[in-house]
Write a protein of this length. Structure first.
Length: 436
């Protein structure tokens, strides 16, 4: 179909591709017009229904959140990278709306209630969400993408259902909200992020550790001289374009756009806890849930970029750390936090981050890993103690200070921990430090 120059002449577009569409630039807009619609026209069904031989194989393991304008060739690279990094098989199913929804009867799949849409139902049975970003991070400005990521973060902190406002028809929503990994229930959704770097390679940020990294962490736990899984993760993710993640710090679901205004109205009303009968009414101009979604998403992406940014000892890196810390400290409904710091993280960056921790008043559980961190000096530890001491709801605290050779006193840290009236579990690893 494409000529020797990689141009598909038949896929011309008067505005963008008057001479034909380059294969490398073809997006789902072109694929839908020239492949999906014609291929499914006779049966008026989704692409998946047209090609699938086994329905069971189509059960999604991953829900993909993305912008239709992203090149399909790059999209494919991101999916492949995700499969390989996670160590999954080639037949792992990814849910992509363009192929999974019936484009001939889209209203049927989307419905009028976002909390009953095909998007929500697919997320309910998937193990995680993969957000694919273009260089301009366009999904952060699209209301459906913000809805998808917002559902993830609200579900993770058990805030997606308002008591007394969950309807029987929203069973998928109720099941998604109940996911906690206990008593046979699925674990909460995870959120990974993929993009392309300037060299045309797919890069990935994964929530937590991959299977290989967890295995390496087990090795490290048995012998702390060995590389940790978190060090392996840091090395793998160091090439992720941080300028893409930084654009998440201005996420605003209220200002996000939609192809149809009614979709945005319904999404905002759904987040505001309005009943299905009220979804088409003008949405509230302000609502606490809008702020919670914005703050949670900004902090989630800030945390994903924090370790690699904080390891750099430059004035520019310090400014970026301050920006990331500001986004993290604004996430005032966060109940759990896990941070891992690399060996080369300087003390001034740690001190900046420590100051942000004290603003997270809702925190109940915190894990801080500093294994071998050269920047954890007595002064940085004291700043950490001041931040921790302000967390009045903290019940569980785990800290790994092993092999922090520049740490000679924990007086300031201990003072902060001693003020935690609700603390029930404390675990600190002091192995191979200079403490006496």
């Amino acid at each position: 179909m494409a000529n020797e120059e990689g141009i598909i002449k038949q896929w011309w577009d008067e505005k963008f591709f008057p001479d034909g569409c380059p294969v490398s630039e073809a997006s789902l807009y072109q694929v839908a017009d020239h492949v999906i619609f014609p291929f499914t026209q006779d049966d008026r069904c989704s692409y998946v229904e047209r090609v699938s031989q086994d329905i069971a194989l189509q059960r999604p393991a991953v829900f993909v959140s993305h912008w239709w304008g992203f090149p399909v060739a790059s999209f494919h690279k991101c999916i492949n990278e995700h499969v390989q990094v996670q160590g999954w098989s080639d037949d792992t199913a990814y849910w992509v709306c363009a192929y999974a929804n019936n484009q001939h009867e889209l209203g049927r799949d989307l419905g009028t209630d976002p909390m009953q849409s095909s998007f929500l139902r697919a997320m309910q049975i998937a193990h995680g969400v993969l957000l694919i970003l273009d260089s301009k991070a366009t999904p952060f400005s699209r209301v459906w993408c913000c809805f998808e990521e917002g559902v993830v973060v609200l579900a993770q902190r058990d805030m997606i259902c308002n008591e007394g406002k969950t309807h029987d028809d929203r069973k998928a929503l109720a099941e998604l909200a109940a996911r906690d990994g206990r008593d046979g229930r699925m674990a909460p959704l995870t959120l990974d992020v993929a993009t392309m770097d300037r060299f045309g390679e797919a890069q990935l940020l994964v929530q937590g550790l991959t299977t290989q990294e967890r295995e390496q962490q087990d090795v490290h736990n048995r012998d702390s001289c060995k590389e940790s899984g978190w060090d392996m993760k840091s090395e793998r993710e160091k090439h992720f374009p941080l300028e893409v993640v930084k654009q998440s710090l201005s996420i605003s679901i209220k200002d996000a756009s939609a192809s149809r205004d009614i979709d945005k109205t319904r999404i905002l009303n759904a987040f505001a806890g309005r009943s299905m009968a009220q979804l088409d009414e003008p949405e509230p101009k302000k609502h606490p849930t809008y702020d919670i979604v914005d703050q949670a998403l900004r902090a989630t992406f800030a945390i994903s970029a924090l370790r690699s940014t904080a390891e750099q000892d430059t004035p520019e890196a310090l400014r970026e750390v301050k920006e990331l810390a500001k986004a993290i400290e604004a996430d005032v409904t966060r109940k759990e936090l896990e941070l891992h710091f690399g060996r080369d993280t300087p003390a001034r960056n740690l001190t900046t981050i420590a100051g942000a921790l004290g603003k997270l008043k809702a925190l109940e559980t915190m894990h801080l890993k500093f294994n071998g961190c050269k920047g954890l000096t007595d002064e940085a530890a004291a700043a950490l103690g001041r931040g921790i001491g302000a967390l009045t709801k903290l019940q569980s605290l785990t800290m790994d200070l092993s092999r922090c050779q520049d740490l000679t006193s924990v007086t300031g840290l201990a003072h902060g921990i001693a003020s935690l009236a609700k603390l029930q579990m404390l675990r600190i690893n002091f192995r191979y430090t200079s403490l006496k």
